[in-house]
Design a protein around this ligand. Sequence first.
Ligand SMILES: Nc1ncnc2c1ncn2[C@@H]1O[C@H](COP(=O)(O)OP(=O)(O)OP(=O)(O)O)[C@@H](O)[C@H]1O
Ligand SMILES: [Mg+2]
Length: 210
Amino acid sequence: MSKYTQDKNYIYYPNTNIPINKLNIRDLKTLEEEERKLLLKGYEYFHINLSEQTVFDENYFVELHQKTFSKLYSFAGKFRTVNISKGYSTFCQVKFLEQSSKKIFTKLAADNYLKDYADKPNEKFAQKLSYYMCELIALHPFFELNGRITRLYFDMIATYNGYEYIDYKDALIIEEGYNKFIRASIECLNGSGNKMYQILLNGLNKVQQL
Ligand SMILES: Nc1ncnc2c1ncn2[C@@H]1O[C@H](COP(=O)(O)OP(=O)(O)OP(=O)(O)O)[C@@H](O)[C@H]1O
Ligand SMILES: [Mg+2]
């Protein structure tokens, strides 16, 4: 059985949950290790390239996925073309993907892409972050790596505002198939960002000035 319920499974090798990849890796552990390395490089690249002028718009978000994972996946930087659900949660339908994404990023633009939180209380920042985190989780625009790219995106926004990368502490440790981040995501799809807010608030730390 495949890991996901979805219309079609064509990004995976037949009868596996291994996404077809450019290195033709067929072993999940090896693939995860490769993804881990690429994500780390992505963090480095986007951190180095952060500047006052960085605009955290839709193009930027897509570029995070594209630049970080195009060595491995041909679906990098492309929106998915199949409907996806996980557990009891169904993410944004493909036919609404583009317009829903535009809506989120238009709202983010009105919030100046969260670039004005360096001098605000953590609570205010965490509120905004959790709102948009929930929106992007519900969107789930890519075939795979949505969680990691969404966290990378907000880590860059956090960095811009003088914060360390968000510390998810134990929220990403999987126990019995779930972790706290997934539980918070499920709550997001049910219309409440409270759990996500708590995770983010706990994870916000200002960079210590010497
Ligand atoms: N049952 C669920 N209900 C709602 N959202 C879910 C559920 N399971 C997973 N998610 C969301 O989907 C994300 C996983 O998506 P995907 O597998 O595309 O990315 P990923 O980078 O592998 O994510 P992660 O590293 O967080 O596992 C999770 O981070 C979570 O936000
Ligand atoms: Mg995954």
